[in-house]
Design a protein around this ligand. Structure first.
Ligand code: NAD
Length: 413
């Protein structure tokens, strides 16, 4: 209701708009001063909040080096492994900047991390495509990174055989963009996500880091090319480089905060754990096992499954032990091969669902048997797989899948 303009005396305890002319100056002064003070405080608060935002041209806390704080750029941090790595880094008091174009990752995972670590200067998310060299260069200019964990990639073997150019662009060219930005801005520590797919189908098992690399699909080739570029470049610099060649990653955060939530449209290219869970949830009518005539004990492919908790632990150890002028290349696996049939049995037990299995012909680009020799990473970085247990890892992941049938979208409980 508008104030009565005819009134000559103010009502006690009532505040009025700045523009009100009803009262004498002596009565108004304290109100006006209080309001000016409030406006000044609000402005100051806004400036502080704005300064935290990545787009602000002033100096954000992420743009400053701070003694005792290691600031890690996590590319692909909205994805499966990158989000788990970010969680571990944040838990270990690192400062984290996630850069992701959300082409495959989930902003929901980033939101959970932000809820867990709301304090200023812990975590920021920057939406950007690593193929955009100008944007990447700006991000490096505006942030004081100490190290880069480069996870961002398209990462499906089957898809890479259908869309090879996309893979070479996304994996190889984008690694070049990241390296150039690192060089231009003096960031000298790189932990690179590589893969056992760079080895192809070696004759001798287990695979050591000395095993010759002859990748047989565009995904493996694109990663091998990225490795070569990183190695060639780092030879003439004092960079600290760790290349981690992961085997098959499974599992999720044991505390159930994060999980693996690939886009539904990627189902057909999906990894075996996702396919098993989809079958157990009834999203798919059953599980399609592609290839039963491989030269393995039960005819199905053999892989070395590594829990994501162990994998991110390897990253933190690699980061801590990275040294200028040194290149470390490590297999990250358990050293034990498990067949697809064994995997399916473990998945049935973990989910409690008697999943229907259809056995089909081979998928192009697949190889029969792959498992690691992890003794080098064990010896040099003091790392072993401590959490990986096929059935247990799948049980943990299943709990998250059951609670999040729509990924990071709607939750069932
Ligand atoms: N999952 C595995 O079993 C496995 C095995 C070996 C190696 N790797 C490697 O680990 C890394 C992470 O894999 P993941 O399983 O978490 O995959 P993911 O698809 O869950 O995550 C990849 C993330 O990168 C982002 N991304 C992709 N292209 C981008 C671009 N151009 N710019 C910015 N962001 C981009 C995606 O949006 C996504 O969030 C990849 O480099 C992959 O090759 C994975």
């Amino acid at each position: 209701m508008l104030p009565n303009r005819n009134r000559t005396q103010p009502r006690a305890g009532r505040s009025w708009p700045f523009s009100g002319m009803d009262y004498s100056d002596t009565r108004r002064k304290p109100h006006v001063l209080a309001k000016i003070l409030m406006a000044a405080i609000l402005t100051a608060v806004c400036i502080v909040i704005l300064k935290q935002s990545p787009g602000f041209s002033g100096k954000s806390v992420f743009s400053r080096r701070e003694p005792g704080v290691t600031h890690v750029l996590v590319t692909g941090g909205a994805g499966y492994i990158g989000s788990h790595a970010s969680l571990r880094l944040l838990k270990d008091s690192y400062r984290v900047t996630i850069v992701d174009n959300l082409s495959r990752g989930n902003i929901g995972a980033v939101k959970i991390l932000q809820e867990l670590f709301p304090e200023q200067g812990r975590l920021q998310f920057i939406y950007a495509d690593l193929g955009d060299a100008k944007a990447v260069n700006r991000i490096f200019k505006e942030n004081a990174f100490d190290a880069v964990m480069h996870f961002a990639a398209v990462a499906y073997v089957g898809e890479s055989t259908l869309e090879p150019l996309r893979y070479y662009h996304n994996i190889t060219s984008n690694t070049l963009v990241v390296l150039e930005a690192m060089a231009a801005h003096g960031v000298k520590t790189l932990i690179y996500s590589s893969t056992c797919a760079t080895y192809g189908e070696p004759e001798k098992m287990p695979i050591t880091e000395q095993t010759p690399q002859f990748p047989i699909n565009p995904y493996g080739k694109a990663k091998k090319m990225s490795e070569d570029i990183i190695l060639d470049y780092s030879k003439n610099t004092d960079m600290a480089v760790m290349i981690l060649r992961y085997f098959n990653v499974i599992g999720s955060d044991p505390e159930g905060r994060l999980g693996e939530a690939p886009r539904p449209e990627l189902r057909e290219h999906g990894r075996i754990s996702g396919a098993c869970f989809d079958a157990a949830l009834g999203v798919m009518s059953g599980l399609k096992v592609k290839g039963t005539d491989y030269p393995t004990a039960d005819g199905t492919c053999v892989r070395d499954y590594i829990d994501v908790t162990d994998l991110v632990d390897a990253h933190v150890k690699a980061l801590n032990q990275a040294q200028p002028n040194k290149i470390g290349i490590y297999n990250v696996g358990t050293g034990k091969g498990r067949s697809v049939k064994e995997f399916v049995e473990a998945c049935k037990k973990a989910t409690g669902v008697n999943i229907k299995v259809d056995y089909l012909s081979r998928r192009p680009g697949d190889y029969a048997e792959v498992y690691s020799d992890p003794s080098k990473i064990n010896r040099e970085l003091n790392w072993t797989a401590q959490f990986t247990d096929l059935q247990q890892s799948l049980s943990v992941a299943w709990r998250w899948q059951k609670a999040h049938p729509n990924g990071y979208g709607l939750r069932s409980s």
